[in-house]
Design a protein around this ligand. Sequence first.
Ligand code: DC
Length: 226
Amino acid sequence: MGPDPVGKVATVTVIAIDGPAGSGKSTVARGVASRLGLAYLDTGAMYRSVAFAALRHAIDPADDDRVGAVARAIRLDMETDGSVHVDGFDATIEIRGPEVTRAVSVVAANPAVRAELRERQRRWVEQSGGGVLEGRDIGTVVFPDADLKVYLDARPEVRAARRSREVTDLSYETVAADLARRDALDQGRDDSPLSIPNDAVVVDTSELGIDEIVDRIVELADARQP
Ligand code: DC
């Protein structure tokens, strides 16, 4: 817990931000972390990194045993500037590419991968002295006692439009279909499916700007000051 840039003290140690792809999680979580002077972790990038490492070693993403072993063995460096190194290789671009995006849902459904990454996320919080974590199961499974839980959502067509602006080489229809497929896999898997934590603040970001959402979450965090 350190002072933020305007001198306030961040009293909320762990902030969990969950939600589906295109809900605005990453931008919002980064903004909240910077305003509160907390560290930020993109847990989706960790699942993507495992998928990337499996593909790089020509391992079938659906081979649970071998991909589980990959998750336990890889060195993962999540830098504060957003770059991601997997076993020393800068995979920042590749983990967002179509191959990894296609493979990541099956990797994220693998219980051995989830167990390993859950532990790494908890260790990261211990080492960072708290932080803002974004993902799918942070408030439900990884940190059920988080100080503040936020669930971001948006209408499917808004989420698809956001994603297709990021992925300029694919059509809106392709992006929308891929998003719907990933939603179904993330929500339907047995191990820690995407769901709204009981005590989460739910924000529909369809009509809201990033600054507005960040302001709202920072206010909520401040309001929880003892
Ligand atoms: O947020 P993203 O699109 O980068 O996430 C990539 C994949 O990882 C997505 O299929 C959901 C999964 N994921 C997960 O299962 N649990 C998390 N905590 C974060 C991401």
